[in-house]
Ligand binder design. Structure first.
Ligand SMILES: *Cc1c(COP(=O)(O)O)cnc(C)c1O
Length: 372
């Protein structure tokens, strides 16, 4: 008889929810009973708690990570005629936000080792039209910010970090969240800190920018029903804020758990011949939002793992410059070879804090076994 296979999903909240359920239902009930659903006490407190957590002066809750980027661009006055430099190897929203404000995305290739934008290449794309740059801390590994700040010093170019995957990640001893014009986080359910729906937040040290964001998220209205700027409806709601406040105190421990599972993966995978596993550059404390390996046998490996009951994911199978919707930008296949190679080789292994040591070892052993 065939032995029943273990089923390991690429991600699940079920184990975490089970543990927190009594407290979660309690706070949701409290919000329902309060009758206050938009921009209430929970949002205000969450904003303070996230700012403190990241070491930023201000935090402004918004409806999603995508909107966090969109509103940050608006707040930095980026619009038609402007260029914004970013990576072609990221989630669609990074570049989507640039289009939404009417500006033009300009892509720069990534580093092979970190999957993050190659700061040395950025210099070649800075023009008089460059208004902002959006580095992405992909998979929870910090982008190398200091060389970028050096490159842009004295230039009037805003830095907006896409930290959707990097809440809890550190860059040189400091949590991601301060030191740039704006830092954008997502609380999408699968992120390091996940709500039960869509939610996001922007952190900043700039009081004026924080104030602009607060106005932009309520249709640019200040005072109420008087509009001097064009905004939209983009608020983090009370129920999500209440849920996130229950979870936030656990976040550092969850990230340690992610790192512990990653260490198990790395130890076993270092015995593999043709698998490249993630490295942690000295300047970052990686939060392992994803544990992403690469191999030129990616599709075969993914099918094999699926047969062993192991779910995996590909972030991302097609680079942004190759997306149909960006045809008009005039890019073609071959323009960003490091990104294109990554898209063909990456595979993210199961990663969530509650993954057991045994499961992690099993996954990594199966990856090694597939090579034989
Ligand atoms: C998730 C994600 C976003 C968008 O966040 P949402 O909350 O889903 O809108 C943006 N950029 C990156 C890199 C992401 O992973």
């Amino acid at each position: 008889m065939k032995q029943q296979k273990t089923m390991i999903p690429p991600f699940t909240l079920a184990r975490q929810n089970k543990e927190l359920m009594p407290r979660l239902t309690e706070v949701v009930n409290t919000v329902i009973e309060s009758g206050h659903f938009i921009l209430g006490d929970n949002v205000k407190k969450l904003e303070e708690e996230i700012a403190t957590y990241c070491g930023a002066r201000f935090a402004v809750g918004v409806a999603s990570g995508s909107d966090a980027i969109y509103l940050s661009l608006l707040a930095c006055d980026v619009g038609p005629g402007d260029e914004v430099i970013t990576t072609p190897f990221t989630f669609f929203a990074t570049a989507g936000a640039i289009i939404r404000v009417g500006a033009r995305p300009v892509f720069a290739d990534i580093e092979e080792e970190t999957f993050n934008i190659d700061m040395e290449k950025v210099a070649g794309y800075v023009t008089k039209k460059t208004k902002a740059i959006i580095p992405v801390h992909l998979y929870g590994c910090a982008a190398d910010m200091d060389p970028l700040k050096e490159l842009l010093s004295g230039k009037n170019i805003s830095i907006i970090e896409d930290a959707a995957q990097a809440l809890g990640t550190k860059y040189k001893d400091c949590k991601i969240g301060s030191g740039s014009d704006a830092v954008c986080f997502s609380f999408f359910p699968t992120k390091n800190l996940g709500s039960f729906g869509d939610a996001g937040i922007v952190t900043t040290d700039d009081q004026e920018l924080a104030e602009r964001l607060r106005v932009l998220r309520v249709h640019g209205s200040k005072p109420k029903y008087y509009h001097e700027v064009f905004g939209c409806n983009s608020r983090l709601d009370e129920i999500q804020a209440a849920i996130l406040r229950v979870k936030l105190p656990h976040l550092d421990n969850w990230i340690e758990q992610r790192r512990a599972k990653s260490a198990i993966y790395t130890k076993i995978l270092s015995t593999a011949k043709d698998i490249k596993y993630p490295r942690e550059p000295l300047y970052t404390y990686h939060s392992y939002h994803q544990y992403t390996i690469r191999t030129n046998e990616r599709d075969r490996l993914q099918t094999y793992l699926q047969e062993q009951g192991i779910g995996t994911a590909i972030y991302y199978p097609l680079c942004l410059h190759q997306q149909k919707v960006f045809n008009e930008l005039g890019y073609k296949t071959g323009d960003f070879p490091v990104s294109e190679k990554a898209a063909a080789e990456v595979l993210s292994l199961p990663m969530f804090p509650e993954l057991t040591d045994k499961e992690a070892a099993y996954v990594a052993e199966e990856v090694v076994r597939c090579e034989r």
